[in-house]
Design a protein around this ligand. Structure first.
Ligand SMILES: Cc1cc2nc3c(=O)[nH]c(=O)nc-3n(C[C@H](O)[C@H](O)[C@H](O)COP(=O)(O)OP(=O)(O)OC[C@H]3O[C@@H](n4cnc5c(N)ncnc54)[C@H](O)[C@@H]3O)c2cc1C
Length: 464
């Protein structure tokens, strides 16, 4: 069989690339080594984590908020098995949806492990082995959790995010190594369900890729929920002793710290996954961090072979992978697509959520760009008071001379959805004053964006 385009990997990068290419008239094959489509994001990432975050947040609300709303009920009992099986059902509906989309777009799906024989020939090893030919190929093989040699990963007590989404019981004390997005989200799930959660982080701040003020604020809020934080702390060993996990670390003063829990989630990052793909043999170069090297068109060092998503440089995010999938399909079709990488938003689905786009304050300082800053706390928002979500703020950074919005950073209710306003504003190069002159429905959380823009425009917030 010969294809115009073959995509290896069915995550958000791969399946979206396949659909866009099919829309543009290409004959497309999609290869996936697992039985279900959708990759990390749909199977063991974005979707299942959000399903558990939503279930645990409902429980948390019932236990901690109902009484204040005037709702008197016995605290609900947790049926954890049911919670996990509901999550499984959400995943199944979503991955089945991708299989439907492949059929609808007449994309041939091969389940099996894909590897290069040569530039135009791909071997698929599954229940039966097949060889297919392809004019062009996209590598969309994603990433896997980073493992460290001194950590005993038994996948029962010392676990990655994949196992944390499938536990049989709620941990009593979950130790989370890594205070990034995945650690804070999964830590939140179990903290809300009653686990003690201790985060050990090597850096001096949480979510270090975001604006410093966001890390500080989320730390303050999560502390109120019972999280314990050990920042600037280096893990030296993780050992399983019966039903206990013992983490030994060195704190910022050089003192040894010992933390004992019943589960330890190691979420220190993800590595690009190109194992056994045979990249080097056909001339596809990897960089020093194992990522597939690509040019500005996302083409690898071999003509006609492209790479997208977590397997190449840039943020490891589903929507970044999707943009790249569309980009490559349209580029192959002769179009001139464009991605503004600075405007890929980042989100942490804690509650309150954290969301960010554009430049951080520290980046602007480092580049010596003159900027103004305006912020507005949710405590001053009527909508936030109504829903009792008063933690957090919106911070807007704009150019000192032109007032063009350079960054938007939100920690607050539904920040993940609200950050789109910042993306639209910045794609159209709006000024803070432009946004502050647009009507925002009242009462909404998004009024806080307008108010922060007013504050950035000239200290003109109206409700504070
Ligand atoms: C717990 C968790 C929560 C997350 N939450 C979010 C979130 O809320 N928002 C967000 O934007 N991102 C989130 N992410 C990150 C997101 O999942 C990834 O950025 C995204 O899945 C990357 O997409 P991709 O297409 O590059 O690769 P993947 O989704 O990793 O897909 C790659 C696919 O390729 C397949 N494959 C690999 N090698 C081969 C081969 N040789 N042959 C055949 N198939 C192969 C794999 O089996 C896999 O299905 C989360 C990740 C985790 C772990």
């Amino acid at each position: 069989m010969t294809y115009d385009l073959t995509v290896i990997g069915s995550g958000p990068g791969g399946y979206i690339a396949a659909i866009r290419a099919a829309q543009l008239g290409m004959k497309v094959a999609l290869i996936e080594k697992y039985n279900t489509l959708g990759g990390t994001c749909l199977n063991v990432g974005c979707i299942p984590s959000k399903a558990l975050l939503d279930s645990s947040e409902l429980y948390h609300q019932a236990v901690h908020r109902f009484a204040e709303h005037g709702l008197e009920a016995e605290a609900p009992k947790i049926n954890f098995g049911k919670m996990i099986s509901r999550k499984g059902e959400v995943v199944k509906q979503t991955t089945d949806g991708i299989a439907f989309l492949m059929k609808k777009n007449k994309i041939d799906v091969y389940h099996g492990f894909g590897s290069f024989v040569d530039k135009n020939t791909i071997k698929i090893e599954g229940e039966e082995s097949k060889i297919i030919n392809s004019q062009k190929t996209i590598i969309a093989t994603g990433s896997k959790p980073v493992m460290l040699p001194f950590i005993e990963f038994d996948k029962k007590r010392v676990i990655t995010s994949t196992e944390a989404l499938e536990l049989k019981e709620i941990p009593k004390h979950l130790i989370v190594i890594g205070g990034g997005v995945i650690g804070l989200e999964l830590g939140s799930v179990y903290a809300r369900l009653g686990a003690e959660v201790t985060v050990v982080e090597y850096a001096d701040a949480l979510i270090p890729t975001m604006d410093v003020s966001m890390g500080k604020e989320i730390q303050r809020v999560l502390k109120k929920e019972g999280f314990k934080f050990n920042l600037k702390t280096k893990v030296d060993s993780v050992k399983v002793e019966g039903e206990e996990v013992v983490v030994k670390a060195t704190d910022k003063k050089g003192k040894e710290v010992e933390i004992k829990g019943d589960y330890c989630l190691v979420s220190i990052g993800r590595r690009p996954y190109t194992d056994k793909l045979n990249c080097e043999a056909i001339g596809v170069k990897l960089d020093d961090r194992g990522r597939v090297e690509v040019d500005e068109h996302l083409q690898t060092s071999v003509d006609g072979i492209y790479a997208i998503g977590d397997v190449v440089k840039g943020a490891m995010l589903a929507h970044k992978a999707e943009e790249e999938g569309v980009f490559v399909a349209e580029h192959i079709n002769g179009q001139k697509p464009h991605i503004n990488y600075k405007l890929i938003p980042g989100v942490v689905y804690t509650w309150p959520e954290v969301a960010s786009v554009g430049y951080t304050e520290q980046e602007l300082k480092e580049s010596k760009r003159a900027y103004k800053s305006g912020s507005f706390p949710f405590r001053a928002s009527g909508r936030a008071r109504a829903s009792m979500d008063i933690d957090g703020l919106v911070k807007v950074l704009s150019d000192k001379e032109t007032d063009e919005i350079l960054g938007m950073h939100i920690i607050g209710p539904r920040a993940a959805d609200m950050i789109s306003e910042g993306v639209v504003a910045m794609e159209y190069r709006a000024s803070a004053e432009d946004i502050s002159r647009m009507s925002h429905a009242h009462p909404t959380y998004s009024e806080a964006i307008k108010e922060a823009c007013l504050a950035a425009t000239g200290d003109r917030a109206l409700n504070m």
